[in-house]
Design a protein around this ligand. Structure first.
Ligand code: DX5
Ligand code: ZN
Length: 222
């Protein structure tokens, strides 16, 4: 059991919000007491779905959102867009390891732009694929579903990957956050916490929760 020393953070995903009124969905997140919001950015190439662009972040900021924008770029060429998302109001930008581009230079660029940087692994990508980047990231995002759509079932086989990454983190004195995304709810989150996760993306389970402030408080107790 490798429980992270980092305070648990819930990042509700706007993907499960109202796409006809995203400002209202961001307000629901803030009202429920969450500090982070997870923004799923999809290009229809790296994943078979399309969502939002940098203008959406700028519009949420213009509507007064003060939330921490945890921005997940599911893009085939993320290096071309990090500047636009940083300027639009992102606080953390995470990019996937799978597409071929200069990961290290892109992660450094995200930091130069004043944002925290994260690296993301799809379920089929081994932890070793990001091992050399661990010293230069603020967050590692382990996908617990194949990216593209919310509402998919949690993949328990990802727990071993979480344990490996959290083992490396403590053995090497690193301090990156370990985030999970996909099928996370009050049943699957404790499993991930036990395996070393400390940051939890929840779309469907958050927006469907009967009592959202209670849902948020439960994650703070993980
Ligand atoms: C997949 C997306 C989803 C979303 C959360 O590309 O990244 O994982 O954030 O999905 P659910 O609805 O399962 O919490
Ligand atoms: Zn995501």
């Amino acid at each position: 059991m490798i429980v992270s020393a980092l305070t648990p953070i819930l990042a509700p995903s706007i993907l499960a919000g109202d796409h006809a009124d995203l400002a209202a969905s961001a307000h629901v997140v803030a009202e429920a007491g969450a500090a982070w919001i997870h923004l799923d950015i999809m290009d229809g190439h790296f994943v078979p779905n399309l969502t939002f662009g940098p203008q959406m972040l700028a519009a949420l900021r213009a509507h007064g959102s003060k939330l921490f924008f945890d921005t997940h770029l599911m893009l085939a060429e993320p290096h071309k867009y990090v500047e636009a998302f940083a300027r639009a109001g992102a606080n953390l930008i995470s990019v996937h390891i799978e597409p071929a581009y200069d990961h290290r230079a892109t992660l450094q660029r995200i930091r130069e732009l004043g944002c925290q940087c994260g690296i993301v692994l799809n379920p089929g990508t081994p932890a070793e694929a990001v091992e050399s980047l661990l010293p230069i990231v603020d967050l590692v995002l382990v996908m617990t579903v194949q990216p593209g759509f919310g509402g998919q079932p949690f993949r328990e086989d990802m727990l071993a990957k979480l344990e490996k990454l959290s083992g490396w983190r403590s053995a090497r004195g690193l301090s990156f956050r370990l985030e999970v995304d996909g099928g996370i709810d009050l049943k699957t989150a404790p499993l991930c916490r036990q395996a070393g996760a400390d940051t939890f993306v929840a779309g469907t389970s958050f927006f469907k929760a009967q009592d959202r402030p209670r849902f948020v408080a439960a994650f703070a107790q993980l």
